[in-house]
Design a protein around this ligand. Structure first.
Ligand SMILES: [Zn+2]
Length: 229
């Protein structure tokens, strides 16, 4: 398949599958200890929320019929099930850090009539910050205020109607937070295949070119993005 060799890698935005059959939410339980937020090495601005320090105690709320393998949160952390963690490590995927077991101190079932089974063991992980950078010139984004820091690409955009990464900036991580969109989790095609193969639940993957974020309903930008150079 020589024709595919030059295809640029595809990426997906990872979100939890809210209202899906394995919709599970997690929140911290006291005592809650926090450390510094991650900062941009160039401008010093915060590029994430305060870090969560032990003890890792959580309350889980189950909105679906069964427990999800992925829980987006609390905060900048994510929770993953033991089978997710074991498969991720066994296959040598990269970009998740920590793998600390969490203590599930309370569970709340929000839907009656289902027997979700035993709560799996969960681990808390953080997602690495990548050198990969959002390429505004090749993306359908609106930016009302110009970029003030070339490293973290702050401030953020005002709307997104599909985006791509700057060629050559991604260094192969399977799960990562890109420069310029640190609040989002991106995953590789390899990770997308891993999720499908293992049937991991409560994960929604949207190709970055189809990802839309437009809270102020500004609509897509007037000018199309530049083509490949
Ligand atoms: Zn910066």
């Amino acid at each position: 398949m020589a024709s595919q060799v030059d295809e640029p890698p595809r990426f997906f935005v990872l979100q939890d599958d809210v209202w899906g059959p394995h919709d599970t939410q997690g929140s911290k339980v006291e005592p809650i200890n926090r450390g510094d937020a991650p900062h941009c090495p160039r401008c010093g601005g915060a590029i994430g929320m305060l870090t969560w320090l032990p003890p890792y105690r959580v309350e889980l709320e189950l909105y679906g019929q069964g427990w999800g393998d992925f829980i987006n949160g609390p905060g900048y952390n994510v929770l993953i099930s033991e089978r997710f963690a074991e498969a991720f490590r066994a296959e040598g995927l990269t970009g998740l850090l920590g793998f600390h077991p969490v203590d599930v101190v309370r569970v709340k079932r929000k839907r009656k009539g289902f027997k979700p089974g035993a709560v799996p063991r969960y681990f808390t992980v953080t997602v690495c910050f990548s050198r990969a950078a959002v390429d505004d010139g090749r993306s359908r984004v609106r930016r009302l205020v110009p970029v003030s820091c070339p490293e973290c690409l702050t401030p953020g955009r005002d709307s997104i109607h599909g985006f791509t990464l700057e060629p050559g900036t991604w260094q192969g991580e399977d799960v990562f937070r890109p420069r310029g969109l640190q609040g989002r989790i991106l995953v590789s095609e390899r990770f997308a295949g891993f999720v499908k193969r293992h049937g991991l639940t409560n994960m929604k993957l949207t190709p970055t070119q189809e990802f839309t974020w437009d809270p102020r309903r500004l609509g897509p930008p007037d000018a199309p993005p530049a083509g490949p150079t």
